[in-house]
Design a protein around this ligand. Structure first.
Ligand code: UTP
Length: 237
């Protein structure tokens, strides 16, 4: 006997999970125009979506404010999680229908909401991780076979493409290659974080979830990645 599909009897639709960078949704002020264009694209596709929204600049500001007040790293993470949820609510407000009305705080809640709606939106969950890991956990929870990481970077490079203009983009990578690269990047100085966090890399590998890394504003690539077709970013499988 298999697990019950969290989406009830609607078995024909695949689920795709998006890890949507906070810097795309809220680069300083909410970019509702961008979110609306992404939503138009998603509505036109034949799948269900789990969307986990990152904190971006707001998360860093709120975490710093918590530290300045004498808070611990736990407190800073909790403040940053609030920022991810604020950004997630922006996405819900643009979606308006077929979506949970309030940001889900737990995977259990997300699973319940996913049974009722075509879209389920959440932010961060517990201190100590990032929304990349939340996105992969949501994919595991909903039985999604594919995760898309939408950010300001158009794929995974062998070095930081901002600092090293000779950095090479991977078109395809194995889970082992990604884990190796993310591990090496984990040891670099603060402020130069890798495109996908180490735990998230380990999680996609354990569940053999296909991961696509594309620039979030390249909607043509976003569409191709949702369909699992070749695109200009990086595919990890
Ligand atoms: P993000 O996932 O947004 O980190 O979480 P990011 O790498 O800065 O991603 P972008 O810039 O949005 O693309 C922001 C912070 O929120 C806390 C962590 O402090 C993280 O660095 N967080 C997030 C948690 O503690 N737990 C979570 O589940 C999610």
């Amino acid at each position: 006997m298999g697990f019950k599909n969290p989406f009830g009897e609607d078995r024909l639709m695949d689920t795709v999970v998006l890890s949507l960078g906070g810097s795309l949704v809220n680069p300083g002020t909410p970019d509702t125009q961008y979110v609306a264009s992404l939503v138009r694209l998603l509505r036109g596709m034949k799948c269900k979506f789990g969307i986990v929204v990152g904190g971006g600049k707001l998360a860093r500001q709120w975490a710093d404010a918590a530290r300045k007040k004498g808070g611990s790293e736990f407190d800073a993470d909790e403040a940053a999680i609030k920022a991810t949820k604020k950004n997630a609510q922006i996405v819900i407000d643009v979606l308006k229908k077929d979506v949970n009305a309030k940001v889900c705080s737990t995977f259990d809640e997300a699973r319940k909401q996913a049974a009722k709606h075509r879209f389920v939106v959440m932010g961060g969950t517990i201190p100590g991780i990032t929304t990349d890991s939340d996105a992969v956990l949501l994919a595991e929870c909903l039985g999604a076979k594919r995760v898309l990481n939408l950010s300001n970077i158009d794929g995974i490079y062998n070095d930081n493409p901002v600092r090293n203009h000779n950095a090479k983009k991977f078109r395809r990578m194995s889970y082992a290659q990604l884990i190796d690269l993310a591990g090496k990047n984990d040891m670099r100085t603060a402020g130069t974080h890798f495109v996908f966090d180490f735990l998230a890399c380990k999680l996609i590998a354990r569940s053999k979830i296909e991961a696509h890394f594309v620039h979030g504003k390249n909607l043509l690539d976003v569409r191709k990645a949702i369909d699992g077709k070749p695109h200009g970013g990086t595919v990890v499988r």
